[in-house]
Write a protein that binds this ligand. Structure first.
Ligand SMILES: NC(=O)c1ccc[n+]([C@@H]2O[C@H](COP(=O)([O-])OP(=O)(O)OC[C@H]3O[C@@H](n4cnc5c(N)ncnc54)[C@H](O)[C@@H]3O)[C@@H](O)[C@H]2O)c1
Length: 392
């Protein structure tokens, strides 16, 4: 067996703890060794606090740092997982990869696309292994669906995600000291989250690309602002988002996200239509199509004749820890074997998902203008939307 990969985590918050749990599990099989943690908030590095979420965590000789640059200098990890809020990046990834560190960056990799492009360029220049925290790419059903669609012509995807306004878990960033919300639920505030479509919807956007073997070419969107009377209580992210994506191969997708404050509904619908099947998530993963030779059979086929089980249920929540474990395992193995091909995306591959959600904001701001992803990413016309405002 090869020596364990020395991994560090920068940002030991809600999501960082999920990665710590995955790395501790991989440590048992000697695939990884968690060597250091970095977080500017000292409470997040206290062993008993970490153990509340990761009972198997042992402090032992793990290096603790308040700054990731110091961590890299002193703990000398092979790889770092960057798990910090997307508005707080200060070129740490660029400095890390210049030192030959392999990186997993959580989504959204930043709220400012020019910053992401620099990260991607530097990753390529350094030749390090890279990936993004899109754990749903490792989901078993979603993998089956991607295979099913591989030889079909995509037509349309409809996704509806109904969930309450962001309040989930306990955020660990001391946002109140950084000009952010006192509640610490930074995900509910546009300056920190970039909007729900950016912070959360990037997962669904990335899935559409993954299923359809394609990239987003353009976006058009309309958002509904949260009622002014609710903003103090619920944050200033819009309450509803309707986004249309056009893909390079010509198909379209709708992403509808809602985040009401006092409607505790949690539902998701997905309809995936190609020229040869309609796929739905039922108790099993099911595709509907007709296998007979005639285009218009004289007698309508029965539902049972049309229904094809692509994968048996039950389907575990695709966002769940089991898929984070698979993602982290793939990352550690890719580093160990120096094989980027073991990962389901590299950092640059994630840029199209990031550009699509950031450009969705731009489209809404410009009254539903159709925004080309290429133009958003490169043209001077959209430069002001890509750059980080100077620190005040
Ligand atoms: N893939 C997923 O399913 C998933 C789920 C949740 C969050 N996320 C993403 O993970 C990132 C972190 O979210 P979270 O929920 O853990 O937030 P959080 O506020 O709970 O934790 C972030 C942590 O990062 C620390 N931090 C801030 N700046 C830092 C720096 N420069 N160096 C080191 N640590 C720093 C904070 O002190 C905090 O402890 C976000 O980008 C978020 O979108 C991904």
């Amino acid at each position: 067996m090869s020596t364990p990969v020395k991994v560090a985590v920068a940002g030991v918050g809600q999501r960082g703890l999920q990665h710590v749990a995955a790395l501790v599990a991989l440590q048992e099989h000697e695939e990884a060794r968690l060597v250091a943690l970095a977080d500017p908030n000292p409470d997040n590095l206290v062993e008993t606090n970490i153990k509340q979420k990761v009972p198997a965590y042992r402090q032992r000789d793990i290096g603790l740092f308040d700054d990731v640059d110091d961590l890299i200098k002193e703990a000398r990890p092979d790889a770092v997982l960057f798990v910090i809020p997307p508005n707080l990046h200060k070129r740490e990834i660029v400095r890390a990869v210049r030192k030959g560190i392999h990186v997993l960056a959580e989504k959204p990799m930043t709220l400012f696309f020019d910053e992401a492009k620099e990260m991607a360029d530097e990753i390529e220049k350094a030749g390090v292994i890279s990936t993004v925290g899109f754990q749903m790419r490792y989901d078993n059903w979603y993998g089956v669906l991607r295979e099913h669609l591989a030889d079909k012509t995509m037509a349309s995807v409809s996704m509806v995600v109904i969930a309450p306004v962001e309040s989930h878990g306990v955020k660990h960033t001391a946002a109140e000291k950084l000009g952010g919300p006192k509640s610490r639920i930074w995900t509910a505030h546009r300056a920190w989250s970039g909007t729900t479509v950016v912070e959360a919807g990037i997962h669904q956007t990335d899935l559409m690309r993954f299923w359809g073997h394609d990239d987003v070419a353009w976006v058009q969107s309309a958002y509904v602002p949260r009622p002014a009377a609710d903003v103090e209580e619920q944050g200033d992210n819009p309450i509803a988002y309707h986004v249309t994506y056009g893909f390079k191969k010509g198909w379209v997708a709708s992403l509808i996200f809602t985040r009401p404050g006092r409607v505790m509904a949690n539902e998701r619908y997905d309809y995936i239509l190609s020229s040869r099947s309609l796929v739905k998530f039922e108790d099993d993963l099911v595709g509907y199509w007709y296998e007979g030779k005639e285009f218009r059979p004289a007698k309508r086929p029965t539902d049972a004749e049309l229904r094809h089980i692509l994968a048996r249920g039950p389907h575990q929540d695709a966002m769940g820890q089991h898929n984070t474990l698979k993602l982290d395992q793939a990352f550690v193995r890719a580093v160990s074997q120096q094989d980027q091909g073991l990962l389901k995306t590299d950092f640059r591959g994630g840029l199209n998902s990031l550009a699509a959600v950031l450009a969705a904001n731009v489209s809404d701001e410009r009254k539903g203008e159709r925004v080309s992803i290429d133009a958003f990413s490169n043209s001077p016309q959209y430069a002001k939307y890509r750059t980080k405002p100077p620190a005040s």
